[in-house]
Ligand binder design. Structure first.
Ligand code: UDP
Length: 236
């Protein structure tokens, strides 16, 4: 299988076709954006870290019975994934109130909610990824009721697996975003990435933020935080 034409360039990744129509290659970049592209920058080494961290967690999830698009890591920054049609929803899982939820409901960041919260946003940059509920999702055909049920079940299982795994590494999984895709043969699989770009990771002891909020909020130590996550998860 060889890399063919570029299909897409996003904010943090490029996607290439391959000589096999069932597979793509994703290439992770060091580019960072926040607030829907309004803030731009570079996080040195981020592409390689997010590639390795994502693949590490996708392997863990596969072992625990969650189907993913992951196939094989090619290099530092590049990975072969199954080609999918992305379901146009960002699935957000929240254990502790932070970010936009804390703001919307007037909660202090770090507020421990009595149960996990699932949110769905319609993936559309021009509209700033508006939040939608199941009525919108079915009315607009973003997903069928069966697909949404499957997506929600997977998202909650993924939360249990990752929360437990990270807690052993002294990391609290505050919230994260998932994307799902459908393969040509109609299987729903976890796609996109799971990295400090898409999760909030707080050190369990100190509460120190070890994720993209350091970039979003100009907290400094951005590269160090990404490296710390890499070290705790992959030991290097
Ligand atoms: N998130 C993401 N991409 C987005 C929006 C959110 O990966 O386009 C992640 C974000 O990193 C956090 C979680 O989803 O871990 C919840 O984000 P929130 O809605 O609080 O928005 P934010 O404060 O990140 O703008």
């Amino acid at each position: 299988m060889e890399k063919a034409q570029q299909l897409y360039e996003g904010k943090a990744k490029k996607v290439y076709a391959t000589t096999d129509p069932d597979y793509c290659i994703v290439a992770y970049k060091d580019d960072a954006t926040a607030f829907n592209g309004a803030k731009k920058g570079t996080i040195e080494g981020k592409g390689a870290i997010n590639n390795c961290v994502t693949n590490h967690l996708m392997r863990l999830l596969e072992q625990r019975g969650i189907p993913t698009h992951f196939v094989e890591q090619l290099s530092d920054r590049e990975t072969v994934v199954r080609r999918v049609t992305i379901v146009p929803l960002e699935v957000i899982v929240r254990n502790i109130a932070a970010g936009s939820l804390a703001k919307r409901l007037g909660l202090e960041e770090g507020y421990k909610m009595s149960r996990t919260v699932l949110e769905f946003c319609y993936k559309d940059d021009a509209l700033d990824d508006p939040m939608v509920n199941d009525y919108h999702i079915f009315a607009m055909g973003f997903a069928t009721p069966e697909e949404l049920k499957q997506i929600s079940d997977y998202a909650l299982r993924i939360n249990d697996i990752l929360s437990e795994y990270l807690r052993d590494l002294n990391i609290e999984l505050i919230d994260f975003k998932l994307e799902f895709g459908k393969t040509a043969d109609g299987r729903l699989v976890l796609a996109d990435e799971i990295s400090p770009d898409t999760c909030r990771f707080w050190d369990s002891t100190t509460g120190m933020k070890l994720d993209k909020d350091r970039f979003r909020r100009d907290l400094g130590g951005v590269e160090d935080a990404y490296q710390e996550i890499m070290k705790r998860l992959l030991g290097r």
